[in-house]
Design a protein around this ligand. Structure first.
Ligand SMILES: [Zn+2]
Length: 146
């Protein structure tokens, strides 16, 4: 999935769920992290690039998210914890969104799972993003009950 679609989808879903524009924006930034860290690492280390492998493994985002959530009361800087939590949630959304345009690692890193409902960057991907996000944003703006 293209970065613009990751950002739009993640923002609209998180904003709808949490009622927080800040959470939506932070998670939109997190929603490009798995690709960004992959580009960065392979730029620094000229290794053979493997797309959607370790950087797209949900476990590396879910474990810190769980740790931050259960130690919530031990963290003094709640703003920082809020930022990290929604950033990690955004990264998890990236992986879920990528799984509808291809395969991502499952429980086991080497075993990939996913669907290929449409190709990355295809008209269908943009149409899906536009339609799904429009429904969410319209529902939110007009405070409609679903
Ligand atoms: Zn990706």
């Amino acid at each position: 999935m293209k970065w613009i679609n990751h950002k739009i989808l993640t923002f609209s879903i998180i904003w709808t769920i949490t009622d927080s524009i800040t959470a939506g924006i932070i998670s939109a930034f997190g929603s490009i992290f798995p690709d960004a860290i992959e580009f960065f690492v392979y730029y620094i280390f000229p290794l053979k690039r493997t797309h959607r492998t370790w950087s797209h493994w949900f476990v590396i985002y879910l474990i810190p998210l769980i740790l931050i959530s259960i130690s919530h009361y031990l963290i003094l800087n709640q703003t920082f914890a809020f930022f990290i939590k929604f950033f990690l949630i955004g990264a998890l959304f990236h992986i879920a969104e990528d799984s509808i345009t291809g395969k991502v690692p499952g429980i086991i890193l080497k075993k990939k799972i996913g669907f290929r409902f449409f190709k990355t960057g295809s008209f269908e991907e943009y149409l899906f993003t536009f339609t799904f996000s429009s429904i969410l944003i319209t529902t939110k703006l007009f405070n409609l009950k679903v």
